[in-house]
Design a protein around this ligand. Sequence first.
Ligand SMILES: [Zn+2]
Length: 391
Amino acid sequence: MNTNDFSRRDVLRLGGGLAAASMLPTSALARSLWTPDAFLPGASKTKRVVLVVFGGGVRSRETLQSDNVPNLSQLAAEGVLYTRADVRNNGHYGSATNIFTGAFESYGIRENARTPYPTLFEYIRRDAELPASEVWLSTSGSDQETNYAFSSDATYGSRYGANLIGGEGIFNAELREVLLGSGMSNRESSDERATYEALRGAIRTPMNVSGETALNDPEAAQRIEQYITDELRGGVSDITGLGANDAKALRVARNLLGVFKPKLLAVTLRNADVAHGSFNDYVTVIRRADSELGSLMTAIRGDPELADSTAVFVLPEFGRDRDLNARRGLDHGDASDELHKVSLVAWGPDFRRGKTVSRDVQSIDVTPTIAKMFGARTPKSRGSTLPQLFA
Ligand SMILES: [Zn+2]
């Protein structure tokens, strides 16, 4: 791609992968009074949470009931495994949104709209008075996923949303060429300069998909820009092939966690949906994502600050049908338990170890559970706190 073809529209589209919500104008005093420990009943050691929506429609049979996911299996063995988390098939977007809102709203034809229910990000940022730089969402890159960052609820909404980073939108070869490629050292063309400036502007002052302007504080924005430049140098753009978008989302999450050590980091995956057309590709995607999950966990375990203070939750938005379709793939439309009951893993310093819970829980329990660990209320969630979680 010639950088001169890099239109402003492309820049905005790429920048749209990095929307950020405005910083809550809390006083420094209010924030200094907030300590996580004071708000975590039974969770005295947890200071940050990573939530992985291992999505795209993934059955337990190909994950924890198989040898495809050694890293997820290790997490389950060291934490709490809920074997029957109830989900609804509201489509990939709707069902993933259910996890973030803690409500089983059905989306139907409004699949591209923001949810009217506040998200976990908003609940936590509002009640715990966290700036945007403490709350992140790393997606595999589709436009739809950008909607997870915040709801259309008037009392919450964009000003409490997550910093959003789409691995595929930001970390691709074209953008690296623009920022770091040969054109970078000899920036004579005013078009290229304008493109570069527009991109910097888009990163510093990102636009979300509905066009609302949102800001990080300048210090955080500068760190974010530096982080993105480092990532473009560091090889994330080179991740290609089957499941690459998911792999990027997890790689970005791993690196974000090391750099920003945010209070809440969510990752959304969706490449496993290749299962509609190929069972084998589906398994390949799952294995790749598990490998990247392992890399994320190695980073957590290897960082003295993160190792004893980070909790991790992993679940898909739903499973898949019990039987193969005519293409020897797997759809998601039957009423089987393979579709509607998923595995949920919770791992962390305050949680039980090696505990399997076989009673029914719900995917919408995740948000109220995490929110409560931060001392945040979830007035519009319909879920409950996960049982038998804390040691
Ligand atoms: Zn699908």
